[in-house]
Design a protein around this ligand. Structure first.
Ligand code: SF4
Ligand code: SF4
Length: 356
């Protein structure tokens, strides 16, 4: 592993050569991204001392770094002991999506505010800088051009070569008590008898909801495994200019019928009900917890959108669901730059939890 001299990226190639005037590596992916977004990412990575990395290196790091694995009984064990000498290899995601419409997304559990969970499922775009940086990081990690040769790393790991499109960012569906949850994991892998989920976060601190999100992916793909290995990569600690540090890996081993899965199912039910109640409330802003609006890591991503909705609600005084469906709300959101002209606030594929 080495740092690319051109951009904040952990290189996965043995030799840095141009082929047909291209490098056929992560560097080529940059040209497909918005220049302004790339600049935001480069400045952020430099300031905060992290590198984007190709997903295969993320899987390889599990073996090299061997972090502690959290068990559901509160104990921990070294990953090396769990993996023994078994190879880690990519898992082809096959379960797919049965219903076109969905109610919840797996990632929304990472935001504590119920209103924010609703807003982030709409077409309203906060243009948040960190969301834009996150998109660049995930693109560099999980996308693959036909000419790119990422399989070398997998082969070096003793795993079969596999196109990233088979095991990265594929949409999955989990249905619990008729509640449909959609989402797409960064990657899924196999090791020993375990199905693994790998997700990368720009955040510096791991939250337990990241594991909720991963549990949903695991259950969506195969609810019948006895054991699942959940991996969350976060950026290295410290805002210092030392850009060659590996991400931190937090790993949890969960079991079918165990506490984490029980809690995840409960969280899905609760979130659905709370969103349904908020959507039908004719005073929705009374029920939000304002402590979530500004935290130590800055204001909520949806702060500006939320403020506009509040101003509109003060005029209309309708239920939240009607406010989101309102033509005037749509026009205001287009004028303010939060909605693309021609799009509705509620996407066609979204069935908001309102039919209790
Ligand atoms: S192969 Fe690509 S990513 Fe690696 S050092 Fe060369 S240009 Fe950078
Ligand atoms: S600004 Fe506050 S109330 Fe509004 S969506 Fe964000 S956290 Fe929720």
């Amino acid at each position: 592993m080495k740092k690319c001299p051109h951009f904040p990226f952990m290189c996965d190639r043995n030799v840095c050569v141009k082929d047909d005037d291209r490098y056929t590596c992560g560097y080529d992916l940059l040209s497909l991204l918005d220049e302004e977004d790339v600049k935001l990412f480069e400045d952020d990575a430099k300031k905060n001392g992290y590198l984007a990395f190709p997903i295969e290196l993320g899987l390889a790091m599990l073996r090299y770094t061997s972090p502690d694995v959290f068990l559901e009984d509160g104990k921990s064990i070294s990953l090396r002991k769990i993996l023994e000498d078994y190879p880690i290899y990519p898992h082809e995601i096959t379960s797919g999506v049965e219903h076109e419409k969905y109610n919840l997304t797996a990632s929304e559990f990472n935001t504590p505010c119920v209103l924010s969970r609703i807003i982030q499922k709409t077409n309203l775009d906060s243009k948040n800088v960190y969301a834009r940086i996150g998109r660049v990081i995930h693109f560099l990690m999980n996308e693959q051009l036909d000419k790119l040769i990422h399989n070398e790393t997998l082969l070096r790991m003793g795993a079969p070569a596999m196109d990233r499109r088979m095991y990265c960012e594929r949409t999955l569906e989990f249905v619990h008590k008729d509640i449909i949850v959609h989402g797409h994991p960064d990657a899924m892998f196999e090791v020993k008898d375990m199905l693994g989920v790998f997700d990368n976060k720009r955040s510096m601190h791991v939250k337990h909801t990241y594991f909720t999100q991963e549990t949903i992916y695991a259950l969506a793909e195969d609810p019948n495994r006895e054991r699942y290995l959940l991996v969350v990569a976060t950026r290295p600690y410290g805002e210092i200019e030392f850009a060659e540090r590996l991400p931190n890996l937090d790993v949890a081993l969960i079991r079918r019928g165990g506490e984490v899965i029980r809690r995840t199912l409960k969280d899905i039910e609760e979130s659905y009900i709370r969103q349904a109640e908020l959507l039908r409330s004719d005073n929705p802003f009374k029920h939000v917890n304002k402590r979530n609006c500004v935290t130590s890591s800055g204001p909520c991503f949806n702060y500006e959108i939320c403020k506009e909705l509040y101003n509109l609600w003060r005029i209309e005084r309708t239920e939240l669901i009607d406010l989101l469906n309102d033509k005037y709300t749509e026009e205001v959101m287009v004028d303010k730059g939060f909605l693309e002209r021609g799009k509705h606030i509620l996407p066609k594929k979204l069935a908001l939890p309102q039919d209790l």
